[in-house]
Design a binder for this molecule. Sequence first.
Ligand SMILES: Cc1cc2nc3c(=O)[nH]c(=O)nc-3n(C[C@H](O)[C@H](O)[C@H](O)COP(=O)(O)OP(=O)(O)OC[C@H]3O[C@@H](n4cnc5c(N)ncnc54)[C@H](O)[C@@H]3O)c2cc1C
Length: 440
Amino acid sequence: MSAKFTLIGSGLAGGMMAAFLGRRGHEVELYERRADPHAGNLVGGRSINLALSTRGIHALQQRGIADEVLRHAIPMRGRMIHDRSGKLHFTPYDRDPSKCINSIGRGALNNATIDAAQRHSNVRVHFNHRCTGIDLDAPAAQLIDTETDREKEVRADAIIGVDGAFSVIRRAMQRLERFDHSQNYLPHGYKELTIPPAADGAWQMEKHALHIWPRKSFMMIALPNPDGSFTCTLFWEFSGPRSFETVTTNDDVRRFFDEEFPDAVAIMPTLLEDFRENPTGSLVTVRCAPWHYQDKAALVGDAAHAVVPFYGQGMNAAFEDCVVLDECLAEFPTDRTRAFAEYFSRRKENADALADLAVQNFIEMRDKTASRTFRAKKKLDHLLEGVLPGVYLPLYTMVSFTRIPYAEAARRARRQDRLVYTGLGVVGILTLMLILLLAA
Ligand SMILES: Cc1cc2nc3c(=O)[nH]c(=O)nc-3n(C[C@H](O)[C@H](O)[C@H](O)COP(=O)(O)OP(=O)(O)OC[C@H]3O[C@@H](n4cnc5c(N)ncnc54)[C@H](O)[C@@H]3O)c2cc1C
């Protein structure tokens, strides 16, 4: 049963969702407020990248574009920790060195998903169209063509909101009775900075790693780009004695970086300019329920569940939404209300679990990765995974290298931790008793 879908937003998940719907033979009209992103991977002159892992790759495979996308990606095999003295410590992500996450340009990925959608003649993409409101009952979307300023209303059998964390579709659903909604901001913001390639075009740090400068209450990370540069992201408090709010002059910024990131500052020639000119973004977690209205509207990706970026999973989860919604629509071809409800029930607890994991991982990345205990725990994780294959799986492995639902991964990790720490406690007590016995 083919239907007419209007999709609002052609960010990372919009193109992917359109590709899935197009392949099933649905009529798809995709509206995006920005201009066609094929112009390049540069946002305001900056190269923006993100980490793609197993769940996202699975969705790309379903649409037959994984190989093409991965050709432009740089595998990152582990975390490279930079301490204040510039000393480096490498911790692999998994005991199997072939398991890695992939740094990919946001623009390249966006183009690949839009191209995949446009391969279907029944999918049409309209850039420069901003959605200003939704009539959920019709259902219809009100749009402005930002090139001509002309307003129009488009009707469909169903509207899908793939319009990101500040979704207009979700805002319309918030006016419905018994619609739950919460948004929580971290006290931290983020700013993107650049480490350019060396004069010969080479990467100035290890290319196959995600670099982290953990500094307890804040941190900087860097991911490699194919052109030899790194995109750095500083996650820092918005306000406080040392924060985005207070460190503003060139001298202050320079002093802060000299103190905290001396090895990075040496290879950041445009630091002051980047710091001044690049915007400071905020970090929000959005939860809502339900993710659909009858058979007329549904939310996908950040529109349904924006998470903070510290597990590198927001886009991966958004792609997984597309896979699950496609499965549900195929399972209930004549009952879209049931398909939307099933999609929501299969995804909601997983999105909630990911939101919690992402916040917890900020504390792990900015604080714990610097410690010897963290490195020892990772070694123990990998050892246990080796001696208990298929039984013990580290949480990071489950989240990044499997498609075990996020909620199940979180529960399993808690069970494993209880067993391991109880086991270690028992071994410790027995050893102590033995020592005391031998000494008596
Ligand atoms: C700093 C940072 C780093 C991140 N790193 C990672 C990572 O390493 N790995 C990972 O998996 N995820 C990462 N994420 C998360 C990831 O960016 C998001 O989860 C992902 O972009 C969600 O895709 P989406 O399509 O739902 O939303 P978006 O990508 O935000 O797309 C929404 C689209 O809708 C359009 N739109 C919005 N409103 C309207 C409107 N009214 N009318 C028409 N169009 C509209 C927007 O222009 C946009 O194109 C990161 C996020 C941040 C902030």
